[in-house]
Ligand binder design. Structure first.
Ligand code: CTP
Ligand code: CA
Length: 236
C-alpha cells in the first residue's frame, strides 16, 4: 500500500461493512457479548468513503464516541444481535460490489431468552446455561455471492501447539471461501487496543497475498488496496 490514498480509486463502488460485536440477550438486562469496539470497521468505512466508495456501515453495538469518526456521507444501520446483523448484511449485500465482515460475531447464543429478569435461587443452586450455535453470516454471504462481488472476512488468531497464526489463518481461509481473509495475530502484545497490528491477506485457497498494517487506518488501506488489485486483475 502506498500513501496516495485520498481520491477516487473506489469511485463507483458500493460497499457494505459490518463493525462491532454482536450481543445475545439472556434476559431484559443481560447479554452475552464480546469486547470488539468497532474501530476497525469504522476505519474501513471512513477510508472507503475517502477513496470514493458509496459506503453502508452495519454497526453492531458500536459506541457513539466511536461512530463519531464515521463521515456524514456513510449510511449507518445499527443492530444488536447476530440475527439482526445477518438480516442487515444479506439485504445490503444484494446491492453491493464489496462486502466486508469486520464485526466480531457471537458464535453462540442462549437457547432461550427470558422475558423477566433472572433471579437467584434461595437454596444457592445455579442453573447451567444452554447455548446454540449462531449462523455463519460470512458463509451465507459467500454461498449467495453475486457475479463479480468481492467478499472480505477478518480473523484474529493465536498460534498454538496445532500451528502458527498463519497456519490457522490458511485453514480458515479455505474453510470460509471469502475472496480475501485479513488475518491478524492476537496475543500479549499484538491485536489489542490501539497497538500496532499486522495483517496478512489470504485468498480463498489460503495463499498469502501480502502483509501490511500498523494502525487500524493502515489496515483499512491495506484491505482496500487488495480489493482494488483484485478488481483490476479481474477486469484484465
Ligand atoms: N463470522 C460470521 N458469522 C459467524 C462467525 C464469524 O460472519 N457466526 C465472520 C466474522 O465476521 C469474520 C470471519 O467470519 O469475518 C471469521 O470469524 P472467526 O470468529 O475468526 O471465525 P469462526 O468461523 O467463528 O471460527 P472460530 O471457531 O475460530 O471462532
Ligand atoms: Ca468465531
Amino acid at each position: 500500500g502506498g500513501d496516495d490514498h485520498d481520491g477516487s480509486d473506489l469511485h463507483g463502488l458500493r460497499v457494505v461493512i459490518s463493525a462491532g460485536g454482536t450481543r445475545e440477550p439472556l434476559d431484559p438486562v443481560r447479554f452475552l457479548g464480546n469486547r470488539s469496539s468497532g474501530r476497525q470497521g469504522v476505519a474501513l468505512a471512513a477510508k472507503a468513503a475517502a477513496r470514493g466508495a458509496q459506503v453502508h456501515l452495519v454497526a453492531a453495538n458500536v459506541d457513539s464516541s466511536v461512530l463519531a469518526a464515521v463521515p456524514g456521507n456513510v449510511q449507518i444501520t445499527s443492530v444488536e444481535t447476530t440475527a439482526e446483523l445477518q438480516d442487515a448484511m444479506l439485504e445490503a449485500s444484494a446491492a453491493s460490489h464489496v462486502v466486508v465482515m469486520a464485526a466480531a460475531v457471537a458464535d453462540f447464543r442462549p437457547a432461550r431468552t427470558r422475558t423477566e429478569k433472572t433471579k437467584k435461587h434461595a437454596d444457592g443452586s445455579v442453573e447451567s446455561l444452554e447455548l446454540v450455535q449462531n449462523p455463519d453470516i460470512l458463509a451465507g454471504l459467500v454461498a449467495g455471492r453475486r457475479e463479480g462481488q468481492i467478499i472480505v472476512g477478518f480473523a484474529a488468531e493465536t498460534g498454538d501447539a496445532d500451528g502458527s497464526v498463519l497456519d490457522h489463518g490458511r485453514a480458515k481461509a479455505r474453510r470460509k471461501g471469502a475472496d480475501l481473509l485479513a488475518v491478524n495475530a492476537v496475543g500479549a502484545d499484538v491485536g489489542f487496543g490501539d497497538v500496532p497490528n499486522e495483517v496478512h491477506l489470504l485468498d480463498a485457497s489460503g495463499s498469502d497475498l501480502g502483509a501490511g498494517g500498523g494502525s487500524k487506518d493502515d489496515v483499512a488501506h491495506v484491505v482496500w488496496d487488495a480489493v482494488v488489485r483484485l478488481l483490476n486483475s479481474r477486469s484484465g
